[in-house]
Design a protein around this ligand. Sequence first.
Ligand SMILES: NC(=O)C1=CN([C@@H]2O[C@H](COP(=O)(O)OP(=O)(O)OC[C@H]3O[C@@H](n4cnc5c(N)ncnc54)[C@H](O)[C@@H]3O)[C@@H](O)[C@H]2O)C=CC1
Length: 297
Amino acid sequence: MRIVVTGREGQVVRSLAERGDDIVPLGRPDLDLVAEPDVIVAAIEAVRPDVIVNAAAYTAVDKAESERDLAFAINERGAGAVARAANRLGVPLIHLSTDYVFSGDKPEPYVESDPTGPTGVYGASKLAGERAVLDAHDNAAVLRTAWVYSPFGGNFVKTMLRLARERDELGIVADQRGNPTSALDIADGVLAVAANLARSDDPALRGTFHMTAGGEATWAEFAEEIFAQSARSGGPSATVNRIATADYPTPARRPANSRLDCSRLREMHGVALPDWRQSTAAVVSRLLEPEPAIQGR
Ligand SMILES: NC(=O)C1=CN([C@@H]2O[C@H](COP(=O)(O)OP(=O)(O)OC[C@H]3O[C@@H](n4cnc5c(N)ncnc54)[C@H](O)[C@@H]3O)[C@@H](O)[C@H]2O)C=CC1
């Protein structure tokens, strides 16, 4: 089964690419999501995939506040064009989306049918992308995930380890609650969903699903766990001082609660990602591994 994944350097695309040769990353310059939709469709059709995963996105949450047009061009129109390609080819599409489609006002974890209400441009552009995908193609699963980290790209775990090498104490937000999710686990979940979509036409396997790690944390708890794991392996650690969102102003407002209830994914697809602590340990230990020596001759 040939799975085309949009993007080349992203956390999820690199995690998927590790899984095998039948995963074909398709990113810039061969596929640019701001290109004309017909150009996007042609680039994907040329690879003749059996399944398409749209993992490329504009993901800079704060910068999006001042780059609204670019965020919507990639996350709404680009996603819609990828869905059109899947529709033309008659193949399943898995589209990744975000917890930031929600406002954060609900005290409990969000289910798929809860009303959306993004608090920033990034969330709004991703919500528009979900709609564009589902309007263009019935044979699609939208997977909303959250707080993504991995050995690749830029993410919270890498930032914490870097800062702990520079400072003894860090102020970390303790009043936003969510589900830190490893892109390595997202890759496993995406492949399981892809196999289900390829195997069965059941409409219950299509539509919107929440897919995050088990358990929940604040950013401060996440940081403390990263440092505990790092210290255990002889890596850098720092003292975490709990601060409020109000003390760490950012251009984009983030939801106070963006925990996602993943029951529907478990019931329909039989997929449940591992607990975030276990997966954080795996990523921290990979990041602390010494770089392999370059063998010269
Ligand atoms: N990073 C996070 O914390 C979260 C991410 N998500 C979603 O998960 C998915 C994967 O996210 P990550 O892997 O973390 O993202 P990332 O930021 O690591 O990678 C994004 C990828 O998109 C590509 N890309 C950006 N603009 C493009 C364009 N114009 N044409 C072609 N490719 C382009 C980049 O080159 C990169 O390969 C995205 O849909 C994102 O919205 C959801 C919740 C949280």
